[in-house]
Write a protein that binds this ligand. Structure first.
Ligand code: TYD
Length: 208
């Protein structure tokens, strides 16, 4: 089974990933955890280019291609082998992030979004999550939570991140047109434990 957690910067994904890992281990599921972008030698280099190095100019379509290339390697090296071995694959972000950050957030049209889903699915070698949890957090609240130094994408300002938050909702609403599996929008404003209760309830009813 393939589970993805996604959401805006500062939506509290890290804490929920921790709970999810704990829950899977406690219930005896053999799982592999990866974060996108990164977690392969190629992916780590691409990640450094995308998020760390602000001296390299990256145009929007090249940015999308780089995120997709990093993901292609991650699928090949880690996600596919884990799923083939019958393990649970848990990912911190996935193709949905590309659809939202490199699509909706830069004002892509519905046709362009559909194209991004198609190309993104090819790069992901058709390996898409069974279950996606989307942490929905107002950008102003996310901003407050991001107390540390921001990376290249986090630093894009409130307007961009407002479009990111809207993008997640739009992507969830049109999910079945573009992707298999199920996506659930989870309100990320209650306490971390209350949020996890909601995730857990859905997970318990779906996991196999
Ligand atoms: P990361 O430090 O992993 O952020 P977080 O801890 O919030 O997941 O950085 C990932 C950043 O890259 C984040 O700002 C979202 C962005 N991103 C994209 O723009 N497109 C993508 O396809 C992916 C996977 C991430």
């Amino acid at each position: 089974m393939f589970i993805a957690l996604d959401g805006g910067d500062g939506s509290g994904k890290g804490v929920q990933i921790g709970f999810l890992k704990g829950w899977l281990a406690e219930h005896g599921y053999d799982s592999v955890f990866v974060r996108d972008p990164g977690d392969t030698p190629l992916g780590d280099r691409i990640r450094a280019l995308l998020l760390g190095d602000s001296t390299v100019n990256i145009c929007p379509i090249a940015e999308a291609a780089l995120f997709m290339a990093s993901r292609a390697q991650l699928v090949y090296d880690k996600i596919k082998p884990a799923l083939n071995a019958g393990k649970v694959a848990l990912v911190d972000r996935y193709l949905l992030s590309t659809i939202v950050y490199q699509g909706y957030a830069i004002g892509a049209t519905e046709d362009e979004i559909a194209e991004l889903w198609r190309v993104g699915t090819v790069f992901a070698q058709g390996v898409l999550p069974d279950l996606t949890f989307i942490l929905d957090c107002p950008p102003e609240e996310c901003e407050r939570r991001l107390a540390r130094e921001k990376d290249r994408i986090e630093a894009r300002g409130i307007d961009y991140h407002t479009r990111v938050a809207q993008g997640y909702r739009l992507a969830a609403a049109s999910w079945s047109q573009h992707a298999p599996g199920e996506a659930f929008v989870i309100d990320a404003t209650p306490s971390p434990l209350e949020i996890f209760e909601k995730i857990k309830t859905i997970l318990e009813s779906r996991i196999r």
